[in-house]
Unconditional design. Structure first.
Length: 132
């Protein structure tokens, strides 16, 4: 179990820092929840926070951190994400589905990285459906 957590955190750290490799003169369009782009939420016993969006040449990449705020282990099989613009309109025709199939212990924090092949710079809200 600890190996899964360490590997997940290592991948998140590498992805967020971009391995420290950024070409000179290249624009890095990053938005975080602290700048009001995406909102923090509670979904059941998960607190979703620190949502980052990075625009790439191929689309958008979201890094979403979540924490189990209950006293029990939560088993998550799948996430469904609904990206919305400022008017509440969905930006994708169908929700983005992610197979997760992992457990999250009480008070544990994990993250998911979601790559979408569409520019979602208009996204200001994400609704979450968690399948257990």
């Amino acid at each position: 179990m600890y190996k899964k957590i360490i590997v997940t955190l290592f991948i998140c750290i590498i992805f967020i820092t971009g391995c420290g490799c950024e070409k000179k003169g290249e624009q890095n369009d990053k938005y975080t929840v602290n700048e009001g782009v995406l909102k923090e939420k509670k979904v059941g016993n998960l607190e979703i926070f620190d949502i980052e969006m990075e625009l790439t040449e191929d689309g958008s990449v979201f890094t979403i951190y979540f924490k189990n705020i209950s006293n029990e282990t939560i088993d998550i099989k799948k996430f469904k994400l609904y990206f919305k613009d400022k008017d509440g309109n969905q930006l994708l025709n169908e929700p983005k589905e992610l197979d997760y199939d992992q457990s999250i212990q009480p008070d544990e924090t994990q993250c998911i990285i979601v790559a979408i092949d569409k520019n979602l710079s208009e996204a200001v809200d994400v609704d979450y459906e968690i399948i257990q």
